[in-house]
Design a protein around this ligand. Sequence first.
Ligand code: M6R
Length: 361
Amino acid sequence: EKGEYRHFMEKEIHEQPDSVQHTLSEYLDLVSGKAKVQAVDFAALSRIQIVACGTAFYAAQIGRYAFEKYAGLPCDVEIASEFRYRDPALSPGTLAVAVSQSGETADTLAGLKWCKAQGLKTAAVVNVHTSSMAREADVLWPTHAGPEIGVASTKAFTAQVAALLSLAVAAGVARGRIDAVQEAELVKALFEAPRLIAEALQMDAGIHALTLDLAKARDVLFLGRGPMFPLAMEGALKLKEISYIHAEGYAAGELKHGPIALIDEATPTVALAPLDDLFEKTASNLQEVAARGGPVIMITPETAPALHGAGVRRVHAPDCPALIAPLVYAVPMQLLAYYTAVQKGTDVDQPRNLAKSVTVE
Ligand code: M6R
């Protein structure tokens, strides 16, 4: 079943051009350049409240940047186990959304049920379309990643991001924030993702070379700004799950507020640095890491300006529109974790202590 691949995780990483394409087609029409009309009246909403766990929580946070930027729709994202026990204050006109691969995660399901009991309209972004969450929610927003076997989520994550970005565009149109010209541009950009993901998969030799050193690290920092911040946290989660190396994802702007104290020659920093409005800011943070002797792995396009100083290694990611950068940069994050784990000889598909689906608290 793994075919030419050593692990399900590797196979699933390589399936992403297809799984993202299928998921985008659920929400967008390539031919007309339009977002499909949804069962939710986005224009009537005042807020979106997303609940999720683990990787789905990071996908949701990426979705949040898009809902606010493209649809002007306030969006909160919370870890389901916190949300369900803290007596959250809800406002009318809120759509509650659960994001989950399995649709069975106990805390996320409980959060969804609680919102429904409070009278909110509910939706579920799920990969298993017959799951409890799919049945519980008023609206099913499917992802089409296909069955995911590896405990470390990869293709389900990018499918969630693809669905949420598409829904943010649909919401922007419905709320009059995106005109027909912009809509066509954004839809086109999203449909470029499968090809650019395939291009990012070609980064594997470069990434593999870096993991020889990374596998020796005890701690690794992941940094990003904007939607690259949740992706940095996802990269850190992936690395810790399968390689058992301690890793933390931080907003690059937080570096000076504490984590820079960790920097030394033995603590690598992985930076997600697409050439966007925030590039210069991220680059100046990395300059500070390099100046303190910290090894830097910079994931950035070839056209990005160079940093000064030794100790900075670059892996080149494809140039891509800002909207889809989280989909494209997810690939090097996954490959980095995968090759590091292979290097360490861990059980990649079945890492210790973890279950694919957490159906008890
Ligand atoms: O099935 P779900 O998406 O609800 O699962 C949520 C988390 O348990 C899951 O994403 C977990 O963090 C993965 N092992 C991450 O790789």
